[in-house]
Design a protein around this ligand. Sequence first.
Ligand SMILES: Cc1cc2nc3c(=O)[nH]c(=O)nc-3n(C[C@H](O)[C@H](O)[C@H](O)COP(=O)(O)O)c2cc1C
Length: 325
Amino acid sequence: MFGGKITTYRHLAAAAVDKLRPWLPVLATASTTDNRPLPGGDFPIDGVPALQQRLQARYPFIDPATIARLARQYGTRAFAWLGEARTAQDLEQGFGHGLTQAEVDYLTTQEWARTADDILWRRTKLGLRLSAAERAALEAYLKDKGATMIRLVAIGGTTKPGSSTERALGVAVAAARAAGAEVEVFACTELVALPHYGTDAAMQSEIGARLVQAARSADGVLIASPGYHGGVSALVKNAIDYLEDLARDDRPYLDGRTVGLIATAYGHQAAVSTLSALRTIAHALRGWPTPLGLPSAQRPICSTRRASAGTMPCVVSSSWSHVRS
Ligand SMILES: Cc1cc2nc3c(=O)[nH]c(=O)nc-3n(C[C@H](O)[C@H](O)[C@H](O)COP(=O)(O)O)c2cc1C
């Protein structure tokens, strides 16, 4: 659970979970929140000075004021990103007041920081100390780093939130994010809000413009469609049709982009034909569909008790491993 006031959010989360307990069997056991330290908080409540001493002994080249900040801010997680550093140079570029590239990299890869404000005001309060020039150096570094971050756009789902198609896409999106990619998702809510491509409403659609822009700046695309009558659903195809707006780009359509495809259906026939249709579409758009695909059908392939050959995790993990490579 995310959000809430910094001082009471765990109490709020625990109270909310208690209210859900009667309806969710998975919550039947007693809450363990009371006994679980926050990430990096696995030391005694009065153990900050001792932790500071441990950090200072292991990283003597860091000034005591910064050590104090790191102990309070990261707890034992400071060791995770300070790692084997032996000199200030091991922490790479310094941005002033103890903020280093190693810390910025940790914040962007592990704590969802994206902007200088995230780092200077939300994750730390170093915004109070850094000069304009130091801040500009941090912004330049983040911009440079953003240019090397893989961006994906994920399109898929049905008119129903939480459909199996959307969940399959969600697994691939989670894997992509865990691997460090930035993913913009267009699932049920967004797909339903997209006007029919080519209409006046589509030309004025904010969500349509967002989809086109996301695809334009993407390095790769994930598409998940249910098999409807043996092919791609109209909802998903409508979203794909918006890629026509990239036709006259320097890099037209999905030129040079890896395309991960997921097809779900009740039966194998539609799962396979829908995956083939998605591949044909990706080729038509000059994209590179992943070499291996596993369609996911809910119904076993024959009436024996053998399990269905395609399962959702298979589809997703195999697709994603190719997107990543
Ligand atoms: C209009 C419509 C047509 C469908 N056509 C087929 C079909 O031809 N073959 C098939 O196996 N499943 C078909 N299905 C089942 C969907 O493929 C199935 O709902 C799919 O696995 C998506 O699941 P989800 O709605 O949970 O994402 C159809 C469903 C709908 C609503």
